[in-house]
Design a protein. Sequence first.
Length: 119
Amino acid sequence: MKDQRAQKPPLQYPPLPADISMIEEGGKLLLRTAEGMSMYRYDADSDGKPHCLAECSKKWPPVIASKGATPVGDWTITSRPDGARQWCYKRQPVYTRSLDPPGAAGGDGEDGKWHVVKL
C-alpha cells in the first residue's frame, strides 16, 4: 500500500544575483554574500536609500554589486553618494558587519536598528 502521508513540497529558491548566495540551515533559507557573510538591513534605510555612510560603513560595509550586475527578482541596485552601486533586497539596502566572521550573524538586533536579512 502506498504511503498516504502528505509530503512536503521542495523549498522554492528565489532568483538571486551572482553576488549573493543562499544556504539552508535548520530548514530555513538564509542569504549570504558570495564570501559567506550574513547580510543586514538598517531601519534608517526604509526609504530605499543608504543612510549608513562614512564612519557607519566601516562597521557595516555595504554589499556592493559587481561590475555588470543587474537587478533580479526582489534584488535591485541603488547608488551610494560615493558612486558605488549597493545591493537592495526588497528595496532596502543591505550591509555586512565587519565584526562577523563568515556565517555568523552577531549584529542581529544591534542598537535595535540592524536586522539580518531574511527571505
